[in-house]
Design a protein around this ligand. Structure first.
Ligand SMILES: Cc1ncc(COP(=O)(O)O)c(C=O)c1O
Length: 406
């Protein structure tokens, strides 16, 4: 994998920030877009723009074909059919749709338990809190071990209480931990529960095959994998998606309507109410092609290699407290605190050096509290980051120490 060559595909990475070349290390929040994706979106609006599925004219047919082909490619990326590939706005919406459809269908009722983990993003926590408040479900949590991995012995104990749903992240956006989803799926299914996987951080950087993972549902977003914002996916086993009611209604998701009654279109359109993000899907398809060309196995190996370098370099700074497991168990994502300096101050000094990192609670307030931290700095690497940028990060942390007299 040639990082320098890849970098040239990303126009924004030519920018200077505060007089320094941009080192974009906030990829867990969103990734940058290659010109191939930007051009595909522009080409759609310049040459093919029309609403899909509705017109019997050339542009509408072209737009429909591009849109449905995008669905096919995104589905293939995770090994599923177009019928199992539902477009949403993002991972958060996918998880909300699922939670509320499961409740509407009474798969989840008062006193049923949903099992989550202590490393969930708010997107995989708050919809369930909503159901707790609205219909009285109960929540359970798989704790973490000291090494920042999920405590699977505790999962076994919690599964004995017969939860209906287990919803777990594949890869933590705070710790970087990659969870053994297949092993978890087997345990969950032995307990007759359904498994939902938040794959927002894993699909961009690991080979993810829905069938091989043995999950029941999967959610992820385009913008974290070189695609545009405003589009994501809900993947599900066909028979389960068929059994669930739509969450939003109107538009393409309709089959027939009378004044008093409506029936639903077939999958996947049943869950796609109103005009979809057509240009977004087309851009996402090109992003998926781009990643497939590199190969997600290659992306994973690259992250392991650069991640080990970053881990060693950050661990060598004695004032840096790193969170998360050892490098082989995680992606190239590093949350840390610099002793005595607020994370926002660290991020500000890093920004003065042209380095973009995130600081805050990373939409995982309960986890940060468990870590005793409230906030942290997070540097998350992706395919266009270099070892030279890791060195710049380390040097900028050294500068921060001087600025704050640590
Ligand atoms: C693990 C995880 N889940 C869910 C989300 C939510 O993604 P989105 O904002 O695209 O809905 C994120 C975003 O940071 C994430 O890291």
């Amino acid at each position: 994998m040639n990082t320098e060559k890849i970098k040239k595909d990303f126009p924004i990475l030519k920018r200077k920030i505060n007089g320094k070349p941009l080192a974009f290390l906030d990829n867990a929040a969103t990734t940058q877009k290659p010109f191939q994706v930007i051009n595909a979106i522009t080409d759609f609006y310049e040459n093919h723009n029309a609403n899909v599925h509705r017109g019997k004219y050339v542009l509408s047919e072209e737009a429909s074909q591009l849109f449905e082909n995008a669905r096919k490619i995104i589905g293939e990326l995770v090994g599923v059919t177009p019928a199992e590939t539902i477009f949403t706005r993002n991972t958060t919406e996918s998880l909300n749709v699922l939670a509320f459809s499961l409740a509407q269908q009474k798969v989840l009722q008062k006193d049923d338990t949903v099992l989550l983990s202590h490393m969930e993003h708010h997107a995989n926590l708050v919809p369930w809190i909503q159901l707790k408040e609205k219909i009285g479900i109960k929540l359970g949590f798989v704790p973490l071990k000291k090494n920042s991995e999920l405590d699977l012995e505790q999962l076994d104990v919690l599964l004995q209480k017969k939860p209906k749903i287990v919803s777990i992240t594949h890869c933590s956006n705070v710790l970087g931990t990659i969870n053994p989803i297949k092993e978890i799926a087997r345990k969950v299914h032995d307990a007759n529960a359904l498994l939902i996987v938040d794959a927002a951080q894993s699909v961009p950087r690991l080979p993810v095959n829905f069938k091989k993972l043995e999950a029941d549902f999967l959610a992820f977003s385009a913008h974290k994998m070189l695609g545009p914002t405003g589009i994501g996916c809900l993947i599900g086993k066909k028979e389960l998606l068929e059994s669930l009611p739509p969450f939003l209604t109107g538009g393409e998701m309709i089959e027939t309507v009378s004044w008093e009654k409506a029936t639903w279109n077939e999958l996947p359109w049943k869950f796609e109410a109103g005009t979809q993000n057509i240009a977004g899907a087309i851009g996402w398809k090109v992003a998926a092609d781009y990643l497939q060309k590199i190969g997600l196995e290659t992306v994973h190996h690259f992250e392991q290699k650069i991640g080990k370098k970053a881990f060693d370099a950050l661990s060598a700074i004695k004032e840096v407290g790193l969170y998360g497991p050892t490098p082989s168990k995680k992606c190239a994502l590093f949350s840390f605190n610099l002793k005595g300096v607020h994370p926002h101050d660290v991020a500000t000094v890093l920004d003065s050096e042209g380095i973009a990192v995130r600081s805050g609670n990373h939409c995982a307030q309960p986890l940060l509290r468990e870590l005793g931290a409230d906030n942290s700095v997070r540097a998350s690497l992706y395919i266009y980051n270099t070892e030279a940028e890791v060195e710049r990060l380390v040097n900028a942390i050294e500068k921060t120490k001087k600025v704050f007299k640590v």
